[in-house]
Design a protein. Structure first.
Length: 154
């Protein structure tokens, strides 16, 4: 067993208002529908448990499930970190969404870091992390496209 990591940092300026973007980023059902590999998000107060479909990684199939503690600063920031009461989960995500006014629209930025413990040797790190980075990039690209479409910006 070894822990593998991937991350993403991106920023975009949207024509939509902060409140319109905020409404999407705080709607767990909508996020699940707009994000590839995500099969559902269960909300229990400030805990969001993400369920993902099977992702093949070097001959090992992984179906991540992880619980995030969500902290919201309305229309400005969303912080999320892995629930420390869930050490049994093999995937953890830490990150932040930030929203800021940009002209008549909204600048949206995301930073996230993913750690996944897999039944693979550490020697597989370069290959596994390359696959993880590709999956994260694909998820971000499709989510962004779906967000723009949902907001009427595509």
């Amino acid at each position: 067993m070894a822990t593998f990591r991937a991350g993403d940092r991106s920023t975009a300026v949207l024509r939509s208002s902060r409140s319109e973007v905020w409404a999407v980023l705080t709607d767990a059902d909508l996020i699940a529908r707009m994000t590839p590999y995500v099969t559902g998000i269960e909300v229990d107060g400030d805990r969001w448990t993400w369920r993902m479909g099977t992702i093949p990684v070097l001959g090992v199939s992984v179906a991540p499930r992880f619980t995030e503690v969500m902290t919201f600063e309305p229309e400005e920031r969303i912080d999320f970190s892995h629930d420390p009461s869930r050490p049994d989960e093999m995937t953890a995500v830490e990150g932040t969404y930030r929203l800021a006014d940009e002209g008549e629209g909204t600048e949206v930025s995301i930073e996230l870091d993913i750690a996944c413990t897999l039944p693979l040797p550490g020697l597989a790190r370069p290959a596994v992390e390359r696959v993880m980075a590709g999956v994260v990039k694909h998820m971000g690209t499709v989510f962004s496209r779906n967000l723009l479409k949902h907001l009427g910006e595509s």
